[in-house]
Design a protein around this ligand. Sequence first.
Ligand code: NAP
Ligand code: ZN
Ligand code: ZN
Length: 347
Amino acid sequence: MTTRAWAAQSATTPLAPWSFDRRAPGPTDVHLRIEYCGVCHSDIHQARNEWGGSMYPMVPGHEIVGIVLAVGREVGRFQPGDAVAVGCMVDSCRSCANCRDGEEQYCLAGATFTYNSRSKAGELQQGGYSTEIVVDEAFVLRLGRMLAANKPAAAPLLCAGITTYSPLRHWGVSDGMRVGIVGLGGLGHMGLKFAHAFGAHVTQFTTSTSKVEDAKRLGADEVVLSNDAAAMQKVQGSFDFILDTVSAPHDLSAYAGLLRRDGALVLVGVPDRPFELPAFPLIMQRRSVGGSLIGGIAETQEMLDFCEEHGIVSDVEVIPMAKVNEAWERVVRSDVKYRFVIDCGTI
Ligand code: NAP
Ligand code: ZN
Ligand code: ZN
């Protein structure tokens, strides 16, 4: 099936229109029309080969929401007309210990990601900056009534949402815990909303003075400008958990020192260069540093259901496809409030 899309043909070319064929839906596949797709900073890192190993042509996009057009004959959970979503993965081995635990993102055979990744059969996958997609029903998510009525604002939940929800849950963030969120972009603003919804006392760290008032509106109890040394000094040793969503290289030891005894600093941001981290801030208070990759399919559905129940969506700016290169430049400048979402009907 011919699919219209915008693709990067190399690490140095802007996104431009491109057409390609999606596979014909098999017995367990769901064929959906993509209505909206969020713009994740990972789209930019990968299209520009900032992590290495990128494959072209590349149609980015893994925050996909749309409507079911058709289903294969063995599909039981979906039917045409359903409001559905697809996130960062479209397959995994389904039999390794991690897959059996519902942690397909850590599949020991390597999950198939939505783009810049090959299927088990070796086919290069193409993402959501396109008009339609075919995905096995096991990797299709369901949108409830509220999210289906707010599709553009629901799209970023599929990556920014689950990537922050999962570590907050895994590290047990709950009532009264003191939590820091570093970076107020797409991931950061969702981390802030979830940590607040889980009952934590939340401090937002930002480098942008223009985001301070927004941070409070989005649920922050306190906001600290991370380039203000005195303000950083004041909150030393006071956090149980810090989630770092920053996309660019920065000083991690400054954040490690903000943890209480046994506190954890967890990275979800993926800068293109390694961090330098001295041992002292870690050994002094038995602090740890960890990382987390998106979340499993069952947990992604749990997160969507939590959002449905608690009225949580992203703060988005909807753009036509033709504005995507401009939007990417703004993301790189930290000038996004707080997620661009492409109206794929404009492709
Ligand atoms: P984003 O919207 O661009 O947000 C990143 C934020 O980081 C910016 O808004 C800015 O916040 C802060 N920042 C940027 N440059 C900085 C610098 N030089 N120093 C300090 N702070 C800086 O990006 P995103 O889409 O949320 O993604 C964030 C990162 O997570 C990316 O690296 C992305 O690839 C990664 N990611 C990881 C996963 C995973 O599974 N682990 C999933 C999705 C994305 P302030 O203006 O508030 O300072
Ligand atoms: Zn993403
Ligand atoms: Zn597996």
